[in-house]
Design a protein around this ligand. Sequence first.
Ligand SMILES: NC(=O)c1ccc[n+]([C@@H]2O[C@H](COP(=O)([O-])OP(=O)(O)OC[C@H]3O[C@@H](n4cnc5c(N)ncnc54)[C@H](O)[C@@H]3O)[C@@H](O)[C@H]2O)c1
Length: 248
Amino acid sequence: MKRLKDKIAIITGAGMGLGESIAILFASEGAKVIIADINKNAGEETVARIKEFGGEAIFVLADVQKEIDAEMITHVANEQFGRLDILVNNVGVQVNKTVIETTEKEWDYVLNTNLKSMFFCSKYAIPQMVNTGGGNIICVSSLSGLVGNSKQASYNVSKHGVIGLTRCMAIDHASDNIRVNAICPGSMNTPLTQSIPQEKLEPYYNLNVQKRFAKPIEVARAVLFLASDEASFVTGSVMVADAGYTTM
Ligand SMILES: NC(=O)c1ccc[n+]([C@@H]2O[C@H](COP(=O)([O-])OP(=O)(O)OC[C@H]3O[C@@H](n4cnc5c(N)ncnc54)[C@H](O)[C@@H]3O)[C@@H](O)[C@H]2O)c1
C-alpha cells in the first residue's frame, strides 16, 4: 500500500535540492504533487521526472515571499484536485554573514523567504485543510534552528523562527485535525551547498559523527514519515536528521 495514496501535496521550492527529492518521493508513494518554485525550468524538470514513472504532478510558478503567490498556490490545489492534504514549507535561502556585515536588504530577503513564506503558505493552506477534515504541514528548519552558527545571523534566526511557528501552529490547529512538524536537516549535497566554495565547505564535513553530507533523499524519507499516517501521534515535534551534528 502506498503511504500517500491520493493525497494532494504542495511542496515549495521543489525545483531543486531537498524539495525536488521530497516531491519525487511523495509522488512515488501515490501523492499528487504541486511543485511551487520561482525557477520555471527547474520546476518543470521535476514534473517531467515524476511523469516518467507515471506519477502525477503539476508546476506552479510562484515566489513564496509574496502573499498573493502563496494564496494562489493553495487555490491551484483546490481548483485542480479539489482539496489539500499536505503542505511542505521547504523553500530556504542563505546569506553567510555576521550581523554587522548583513545589510537590511539581505536580512529581509532571508527572513521573508525562509520564515514569512511559511507564515503565508500555512495561512492559506490551513483553511483549505479544515474544509476537508484536516491535514499535515511540515516546515523545513535546519540544525541552524537548534544551535548557533558562525556567519549565518539572518539564516540562523529564520530557522529558529521556523521552529517557533511550527510549535504554535501545532497547538492552534490540533483541534482541526492538522499535524504540524519541523525537520532539522544537517548539511546536504544540494545546489544550495554546491554553490559554496569547496574550501569553505570542508570544515563542515567533520562536524557530524558520520563525517559526510546527506543525500537529499535521506532527509526526504524523514519528511515522508512525518507526512504519512505512520506519524499520527507526532505533532509539534522537531525531528533532527543531522548525522549527530547537534550531539557534539
Ligand atoms: N542544503 C543544506 O545543507 C541544508 C541544510 C539544512 C537545511 N536546509 C534547508 O532545506 C531547504 C531546502 O534547501 P536546499 O539545499 O534544497 O536548497 P536549494 O537552493 O538547493 O533549492 C531551493 C529551491 O527553492 C527555490 N526557491 C528559492 N527561493 C524561492 C522563492 N522565493 N519562491 C519559490 N521558490 C524558491 C529555488 O528555485 C530552488 O528550487 C531550505 O529550507 C534550507 O534552508 C538545507
